[in-house]
Design a binder for this molecule. Structure first.
Ligand SMILES: Cc1cc2nc3c(=O)[nH]c(=O)nc-3n(C[C@H](O)[C@H](O)[C@H](O)COP(=O)(O)O)c2cc1C
Length: 395
């Protein structure tokens, strides 16, 4: 029997039943109905459409609008985008929403929407999309580029009063759950989570991208991605933003009782588990799918099922929030607990990397004597730098 068959990956979000906790985030992989249907065939539990604008909002994307941020080994660990929301308007989406739900009635389809601060626009979009069969609405108060210049996107999610107001407009007409997608580009995400709750939100999602500038070309001085020599601040996604996403979700779980859809830098079942442990009910994925395709969900599902089974758990819900009681104030952390690195002499080749790091960034406690790495315990400050830079040192 496969692990997925032993463990029920099914879960609930705002009263909606998800066959598994993996959703596609609002982004290019959910740009149209055919793409979403192809993803559902491959096993995604749900999808959030690329953010839909009202019919009278004219949008035109620039080219190029993506720039990878790479590690020294060339691996992509972040992706900047300056892409706008869907350039296809509401009317174009309605038939596709109907069609997706007809073909996949057991999958959750969430319509992401964005409009100007006009009550009628938000309410008309909500009414049309719920009539077309969307299972929930996700209010995009969090896109950090392009839209905020016009007072939309993160310009709304950076203002607690506007967040409450627009959420309450949508809630006044919504017969389906309303989820608010929050921006990490705020001073206190807990405050904005509470503002959404005050407006009547049924759930929260975070994070949208982290405002960034991917780089600058050293020859032309053009910021990247360069659109004919010019650029603009964009949004960072992918593995680099996971620590920020986890922090935001933990703070939201602390500040509000609303269920949370967690995202930002999820590339395998492991990061998904981390998000669930800090309070997410389910997770969304964008960049990993853009880089490796819809098929990644297969390993995510089997990995999560295997993990739950190894922990003796039979549902995702049993895992939710289990790390939160262990996240305490700095003052509450033990001052008695102390680590000293253990040196694995079998694998250490005395290259000296840790010695240099400890000398110039630590307590100058590591030395190579007669081709062997030695720790001076009295000088060690217990910072843990060395164990982070070499596998031959551990706790
Ligand atoms: C090219 C691109 C376009 C995106 N477009 C949208 C969008 O239209 N609406 C939205 O809410 N988020 C949008 N996002 C943000 C993603 O939904 C997601 O919040 C973010 O990328 C973090 O998740 P990830 O690290 O898995 O990519 C976009 C992201 C990328 C990379």
């Amino acid at each position: 029997m496969r692990f997925e068959e032993k463990v029920d990956l099914g879960t609930e979000f705002c009263g909606l039943r998800l066959v598994n906790p993996f959703l596609l985030a609002s982004a290019p992989p959910t740009a149209n109905g055919n793409m979403i249907k192809r993803a559902f065939e491959l096993g995604w539990g749900g999808a959030v459409t690329k953010t839909i604008p009202p019919d009278d909002m004219e949008l035109r994307d620039v080219s190029p609008r993506l720039k990878a941020v790479r590690q020294n080994n060339g691996k992509i660990f972040g992706l900047e985008n300056i892409e706008l929301i869907s350039c296809r308007t509401l009317s174009g989406w309605l038939d596709e929403i109907r069609d997706i739900k007809e073909c996949f009635p057991d999958r959750v389809l969430i319509a992401s929407i964005m409009a100007e601060v006009r009550q009628d626009d938000w309410q008309q979009m909500a009414i049309s999309l719920q009539k077309a069969g969307a299972d929930a609405l996700e209010l995009n108060f969090s896109c950090p580029h392009g839209m905020p210049e016009k007072g939309l996107g993160s310009a709304i999610g950076q203002d607690a009063e506007l967040t409450t107001l627009i959420t309450s407009w949508v809630k006044a007409v919504a017969t389906i759950p309303v989820i608010v997608k929050l921006s990490p580009n705020v001073t206190d995400i807990g405050q904005i989570a509470r503002a959404a709750e005050k407006g009547g939100a049924d759930g929260l999602a975070a994070i949208n991208t982290v405002q960034c500038l991917a780089g600058v070309d050293l020859d032309s001085f053009a910021p990247q991605p360069s659109v004919h020599g010019f650029s603009t601040l964009g949004g960072l996604s992918g593995p680099a933003v996971k620590p920020i996403g986890l922090r935001c979700v933990a703070q939201m779980a602390e500040a509000s009782r609303l269920p949370i859809s967690g995202l930002g830098g999820i590339s395998s079942w492991r990061e998904a588990v981390e998000y669930i442990l800090v309070g997410a009910s389910n997770v969304q994925v964008c960049t990993e799918v853009m880089l490796r395709g819809y098929g990644v969900v297969k390993a995510m599902k089997s990995g999560l099922a295997r993990y739950l089974s190894s922990k003796g758990l039979s549902s995702v819900e049993e895992l939710r929030g289990r790390a939160l009681p262990k996240l305490v104030s700095h003052a509450s952390l033990s001052r008695e607990f102390r680590v000293w690195p253990q040196i694995d002499q079998m694998t250490c080749n005395a290259c000296g990397r840790c010695v240099t790091a400890c000398r110039d960034g630590g307590g100058h406690a590591l030395h190579i004597i007669d081709d062997q790495l030695i720790l001076n315990e009295a000088a060690c400050t217990g910072c843990g730098l060395c164990i982070n830079i070499c596998d031959s040192l551990h706790l």
